[in-house]
Design a protein around this ligand. Structure first.
Ligand SMILES: Cc1cc2nc3c(=O)[nH]c(=O)nc-3n(C[C@H](O)[C@H](O)[C@H](O)COP(=O)(O)OP(=O)(O)OC[C@H]3O[C@@H](n4cnc5c(N)ncnc54)[C@H](O)[C@@H]3O)c2cc1C
Length: 375
């Protein structure tokens, strides 16, 4: 190691790892090695937002996240403007939609990955097809597998198994077993629900509805949006958001989803029926077919939740490394110069750019701190 040089290892070339590498690459003393287990980098950024990558949201409110207090404190250190400015400095033009969701102006997630990789200084080396399996502490430095370099600083940014098939998610983050971190069990989130006594006839139907999540008779979450009915359950952004709230519940007993297909408290359904003897002008064809087979309450069609869909269909994980493990700079309290960022931590949010924001924000704060420490 050269005198004054700092060897930094980043585990994972995803959203948080690449953003961190980019931020650190302007630090002349840094020698950065990014270890990526797959043969590609930025895979989830590319998959994000249906290939458009909704990278953050200008309306950032703490209750979008499972731990609002943590996020409130985070927002004392960093703002949406900081992330916006960072991307603009990388040369990425941004576009905002009417729900405050920010995308690359190209509406291509590839542009985000491209600006993160462009002009990376020669101090950054990205090694693909390299799975980190063991981390050992060696005095004041860290060693990764049998890689021939001691690292002064190590950043864990290896995400979660969300969106992965069974083969890819086997032993995900197994290297953490050798580290003394408390973890909350992880579960698929931003994912659809399997429902009980679900009428298959609805499969393929897409409707706008008021969706409510109940536990017993208590309303947990309600939102208006488009729902896609599948063979054995439902999906769609509003459903994914309901899953984020479902995962925040300590126990999942007696949870149900309720659909109000009318979304208008003032409409007189009884009068409508008396006049037309049919709901074909109110309900979409499949719903109307169902109604004709077995009449239901149009304002409240309710199904018991059996489970969420599998990891493969999830956008994020709920659970992960306890937030108590880290300090305000994302440094592990028990292991100096080791940092944990992004989705590995027990932070997740509803849809709208909040999850990528957290990945970038945690990387931003960590980068700032590492640079300051080394000066
Ligand atoms: C389909 C889909 C759509 C999404 N859409 C959006 C959206 O529009 N907006 C939004 O805000 N969020 C979205 N998300 C969520 C968002 O992509 C993630 O929250 C974010 O990418 C997490 O960043 P990360 O850096 O923590 O992890 P990741 O981006 O997952 O990166 C982790 C990296 O670490 C690598 N890795 C894992 N283990 C090891 C190991 N042992 N050794 C070496 N490398 C390892 C992985 O291969 C991966 O490349 C979406 C997710 C999915 C799946």
């Amino acid at each position: 190691m050269q005198k004054g040089k700092m060897n930094i290892a980043i585990v994972g070339a995803g959203a948080s790892g690449l953003f961190l590498a980019k931020k650190l690459s302007s630090c002349k003393q840094a020698n950065i090695v990014v270890f990526e287990k797959s043969n590609k980098v930025g895979t989830k950024i590319k998959a994000s937002g249906g290939g458009k990558a909704n990278i953050f949201n200008t309306n950032l409110y703490p209750t979008a996240y499972n731990n609002p207090v943590f996020v409130q404190n985070l927002l004392r250190q960093i703002s949406v403007e900081d992330i916006k400015h960072s991307f603009e400095q990388m040369g990425l033009r941004l576009a905002v939609d009417d729900e405050n969701r920010v995308y690359p102006a190209t509406f291509s997630s590839q542009s985000v990955v491209d600006v993160l990789l462009t002009n990376l200084s020669h101090q950054v080396k990205i090694i693909t097809n390299y799975e980190v399996k063991h981390i050992t502490k060696n005095g004041n430095t860290y060693r990764i597998n049998d890689y021939n370099l001691d690292f002064d600083c190590l950043v864990l940014a290896s995400g979660s198994p969300a969106g992965m098939n069974r083969t890819k998610r086997t032993d995900y983050n197994a290297y953490l077993n050798s580290l003394p971190f408390k973890q909350q069990p992880i579960a698929p989130s931003l994912v659809g629900f399997k429902l009980q006594a679900y009428p298959k006839i609805l499969s393929g139907c897409r409707v706008k509805t008021d969706l409510s999540l109940y536990q017993n008779n208590n309303l947990i979450f309600k939102e208006f949006g488009e729902v896609t009915f599948k063979d054995d359950g439902v999906s769609g952004i509003v459903v994914l958001n309901a899953s984020a709230w479902y995962n925040r519940l300590k126990n999942k007993d007696n949870c149900s989803l309720s659909f109000d297909f009318l979304c208008d408290d003032n409409y007189d359904l009884q009068k409508h029926w008396q006049q037309y003897h049919d709901f074909c002008g109110i309900l979409s064809p499949k719903l109307n077919q169902l109604y004709q087979q077995k009449p239901f309450n149009i304002r409240c069609l309710q199904f018991k939740i059996l489970d969420v869909y599998d990891w493969e269909f999830a956008q994020v994980s709920s659970g992960g490394i306890d937030l108590d493990t880290i300090d305000e700079h994302f440094q592990a309290k028990k292991l100096p110069n080791m940092y944990i960022i992004g989705e590995m931590l027990n932070i997740d949010a509803v849809c709208g750019g909040y999850n990528l924001f957290f990945a970038f924000a945690s990387a931003y704060i960590t980068a700032q701190y590492i640079v300051k420490l080394w000066k």
